[in-house]
Design a protein around this ligand. Structure first.
Ligand code: AMP
Ligand code: GLY
Length: 426
C-alpha cells in the first residue's frame, strides 16, 4: 500500500514510525514532513492545504490512501474534495469531512452538538457583535473565573480564562469588536468554568462503530508547575493513572457512544480520529473540547502503545470494518518529553545544529517535531517544538527516567524542556 501522510510534526513522525512497521506498507510519502520522517519515507514539498497540489501528487504517484495529521486541511474540506472528484474518489482519506470537522472548527457548533445529544459539558452561551451587551449581562450571571472562547480555529490561543469581570468584559469586547483572533473571534462562546483535572481520550470511528485508543494527559504550559503561556504541549503520558476502568466506562457511556451516535443521527459520515479533551470533575467526565485529529504530543505516547498493525486499523476506518479489526494495546506506560527552542511559544530562532542524536539509547525513541536537514546534510531545528523523547516501561517513573536520561545526550543552542512531566500523576 502506498500512503501519503500529511503534516510535519512529532505526531506525523510517530504515525510514520508505526506505518513503517507494517509489512503492508510499500511506500510512504510525508508532506511536508521533517528530518525524522525523511528517515522512514520520502518527504514531499507541498502545502497540506493546497488541495490541487495534493491531488496531482496522489495521481502522479498512485497513492492508495491519504492520512491527515493536522486539523487545517480537514476544516478546509480535504475529505470532501477527494469524495467529489471522480479521479480521486477511490482514494480513502483518513479524517472527517468538513461537516464533521466543525466539531473542532467551531466551538459554537461543538457546544450545540453536545447539548442536542445530551453529552456532559459546561453550560454556555454564544455571542457576536450585535449581542455584546447580552454577553456582558451573561458574564454578570456567572461566578469567576470566566472562560471565553473564540469560536473558530485560533492556533490553540483562542481560549482566555480571567478572574475579574471587568477584564472578562474588556476581553469580550476585543474579541468581538476588534476581532482579536481575526475571523475566529467574530463569535465567542462564554462558558461555565469547570474545576478538575484534565485528560484526553482518543477514539477511531468508521462512522458507525468505534474503538477506544488509550487515554493520555498532556502538559500545555511552558513552565514547570503549569505556569506561563500555553504551548502546543510540552510532554504527555499514557495511560492516565487516575482514568481507571470505572471512570473510562463513564466516558464511554456518557460521551463516546453519544458522540458517535450523534454524528450518525445528524447525517455526518465521520471516518477518522476523535480527540476528546475532558475535565474530571470529582469523578464525573465533562467535555472541554473536541479535536478531529490525533493530538500532538499525545500521539507520541499513544501510537508506540499500539501493538497491532496500524494499516489494518486505517483500512477498518476507511471501509467501515472497524468491528472486524484487531486492535492490541501495550499494557506498559509511555511518557514523552518535548524539547523546545529557547523563547517558544513566543519568538525563537531556527536553524540551530542538533548534536548527540546517535548517543540516544534503545530505551527511548526520539520523534522529530520541528527539524530539517540543512544544505550541508546536518539536522537543524526548524520549529518551536523540536524533539519529543518517548520511552515505554512497566511503570511511569521508569519511562520518564529513560526519556530524561536521553535528553541529556542531545544538545542544541537554546534548548529547553520541562523537568516535571508526569510528576502530578505519579
Ligand atoms: P481548549 O482550547 O478548548 O482546549 O481550552 C484550552 C484550555 O482551557 C483547556 O485545556 C482547559 O485547561 C481550559 N478550559 C477550557 N474550557 C474550560 C472550562 N469550561 N473550565 C475550565 N477550564 C477550561
Ligand atoms: N496537545 C494538544 C493538541 O494536540 O491539540
Amino acid at each position: 500500500m502506498k500512503i501519503l501522510l500529511l503534516g510535519s510534526g512529532g505526531r506525523e513522525h510517530a504515525f510514520a514510525t508505526k506505518l513503517s512497521q507494517s509489512p503492508r506498507l510499500t511506500k510512504l510519502y510525508i508532506a511536508p514532513g521533517n528530518a525524522g520522517t525523511a528517515q522512514l519515507g520520502e518527504n514531499v514539498n507541498l502545502s497540506v492545504t493546497d488541495f490541487e497540489a495534493v491531488k496531482n501528487f496522489c495521481l502522479g504517484s498512485a497513492i492508495d490512501m491519504v492520512i491527515v495529521g493536522p486539523e487545517d486541511p480537514l476544516v478546509k474540506g480535504i475529505a470532501d474534495f477527494f469524495r467529489s472528484d471522480t479521479a480521486l474518489q477511490h482514494i480513502p482519506v483518513i479524517g472527517p469531512r468538513q461537516k464533521g470537522a466543525m466539531l473542532e472548527g467551531s466551538k459554537d457548533f461543538a457546544k450545540d452538538f453536545m447539548y442536542r445529544h445530551g453529552i456532559p459539558t459546561a453550560a454556555y452561551r454564544s455571542f457576536d457583535k450585535d449581542t455584546l451587551q447580552e454577553g456582558f449581562d451573561f458574564l454578570d450571571t456567572l461566578a469567576p473565573p470566566y472562560v471565553l472562547k473564540a469560536d473558530g480555529l485560533a492556533a490553540g490561543k483562542g481560549v482566555v480564562i480571567l478572574d475579574n469581570s471587568g477584564e472578562a468584559k474588556a476581553e469580550l469586547t476585543q474579541m468581538l469588536m476588534d476581532e482579536k483572533f481575526g475571523a475566529a473571534s467574530r463569535k465567542v462562546v462564554i462558558e461555565q468554568f469547570l474545576p478538575g483535572i484534565e485528560l484526553s481520550v482518543f477514539v477511531v470511528t468508521d462512522g458507525v462503530s468505534y474503538k477506544m485508543l488509550p487515554s493520555a494527559k498532556d502538559y500545555k504550559r511552558i513552565f514547570e508547575g503549569d505556569k506561563g503561556p500555553n504551548t502546543g504541549g510540552m510532554g504527555a503520558v499514557s495511560p492516565v493513572p487516575f482514568a481507571n476502568a470505572d471512570f473510562m466506562a463513564k466516558v464511554e457511556e456518557t460521551i463516546v457512544k453519544p458522540t458517535v451516535n450523534g454524528l450518525q443521527a445528524d447525517g455526518v459520515t465521520y471516518k477518522g480520529f476523535i480527540f476528546i479533551g475532558l475535565m474530571n470533575v470529582e469523578g464525573e467526565p465533562f467535555v472541554i473540547e473536541y479535536n478531529v485529529r490525533m493530538g500532538d504530543p499525545e500521539t507520541e505516547v499513544i501510537f508506540p502503545r499500539i501493538k497491532s498493525d496500524i494499516i489494518d486499523l486505517m483500512e477498518g476506518i476507511a471501509h467501515g470494518k472497524l468491528d472486524d479489526t484487531y486492535l492490541e494495546i501495550d499494557e506498559r506506560y509511555a511518557a514523552t518529553v518535548m524539547v523546545v527552542s529557547g523563547g517558544y511559544p513566543d519568538e525563537y530562532e531556527k536553524g540551530k545544529l542538533i548534536t548527540g542524536l546517535d548517543d540516544v539509547d534503545d530505551k527511548t525513541t526520539v520523534f522529530h517535531a520541528g527539524t530539517k536537514v540543512d544544505d550541508s546534510g546536518n539536522i537543524v531545528t526548524n520549529g518551536g517544538r523540536v524533539l519529543a523523547f518517548t520511552s515505554l516501561a512497566s511503570d511511569l517513573e521508569t519511562a520518564l527516567r529513560h526519556s530524561y536520561r536521553n535528553i541529556d545526550r542531545v544538545q542544541f543552542d537554546g534548548m529547553f524542556y520541562r523537568k516535571d512531566i508526569g510528576k502530578d500523576v505519579l
